[in-house]
Design a protein around this ligand. Structure first.
Ligand SMILES: *[C@@H]1O[C@H](CO)[C@@H](O)[C@H](O)[C@H]1NC(C)=O
Ligand SMILES: *[C@@H]1O[C@H](CO)[C@@H](O)[C@H](O)[C@H]1NC(C)=O
Ligand SMILES: *[C@@H]1O[C@H](CO)[C@@H](O)[C@H](O)[C@H]1NC(C)=O
Length: 242
């Protein structure tokens, strides 16, 4: 009787432990990659705003650190600093491919980011020939069809009697698709210089994207890692991959 009660309590505890929105995958599932992809799909609505009860941060909006540009188009000297960047859209990622190696705790994702909208604040200083222009205002833009390779590698950690999976810093590699950038209030709203500069910036957008991409890769990587680690530190390895 006592044993049965203990067993019942223990069973109920285990059953209550994993919340319904986390779908576990059997280690020996021959289609474990498909299973993990389905689990992520089930979790996607929760990823947008985060999971407060598990302390998991949300993906929207993604905040980027400061982005500094110290190069410019030919013939112009340009320094710019972009701050307070918020990116919307990363939760709409499409998983094109997943390969996993559970023995090595390794997961390789190929993602497509169909559309990212960003906005932030810029401060800019341009010197073209003898002209020196300064400005500050808002920067907005859109990135479309970013291809993204993410490698998640982890290791198991013992805590007491139990094993937990923890991920190391992620490798994120982005390839730029289309992009457009727009700066408001360029040169105090000068009707000629403003549009002209926006045109120059968009014609040279790869210069900007070369600076933005590593910041985006790092921020996405850190956030994905934090989200994953919050979940994998709350449940044992055996609970997540029975
Ligand atoms: C996986 O292992 C469980 C028991 O651990 C077993 O019941 C199940 O049939 C196995 N599935 C496959 C696909 O091997
Ligand atoms: C910049 O955007 C903020 C809102 O994010 C708005 O209040 C402000 O007027 C904008 N400034 C300019 C110069 O467009
Ligand atoms: C992703 O990896 C594949 C090879 O597996 C490679 O062909 C592709 O260029 C990579 N994409 C990016 C964005 O690095």
């Amino acid at each position: 009787m006592f044993t049965a009660t203990v067993l019942l309590v223990a069973l109920r505890f285990v059953a209550a432990d994993i919340p319904p929105y986390i779908k576990v995958c059997q280690r020996n599932d021959t289609n474990v990659n498909k299973c993990i992809m389905n689990s992520i799909e089930e979790l996607r609505p929760k990823m947008i705003n985060g999971i407060p009860e598990l302390d998991v941060p949300g993906l929207e909006p993604l905040s980027l650190g400061q982005i500094a540009l110290a190069r410019g188009p030919q013939g112009a000297k340009l320094t710019a600093v972009v701050n307070d960047v918020k990116v919307r859209g990363p939760s709409n990622f499409i998983i094109e491919e997943l390969t996993s190696d559970l023995d090595k705790n390794r997961f390789d994702f190929k993602l497509l980011l169909p559309k990212l909208d960003f906005n932030g604040k810029y401060k800019m200083d341009i010197q073209v020939l003898l002209l020196r222009l300064q400005g500050r205002g808002n920067i907005t833009g859109t990135f479309k069809d970013y291809a993204c390779n993410v490698t998640m590698k982890g290791h198991k950690e013992m805590r007491g009697e139990d094993e937990y999976l923890q991920f190391d810093p992620l490798k994120v590699k982005l390839r730029v698709g289309q992009s457009s950038i727009y700066l408001t209030n360029l040169f105090d709203g000068d009707p000629v210089l403003g549009p002209a500069t926006n045109r120059v910036i968009n014609e040279n957008s790869q210069v900007f994207l070369q600076e933005i991409s590593p910041v985006l890769e790092r921020s996405l990587g850190e956030l994905f890692r934090e989200m994953a680690n919050k979940i994998t530190s709350k449940f044992t390895y055996k609970e997540l991959f029975p």
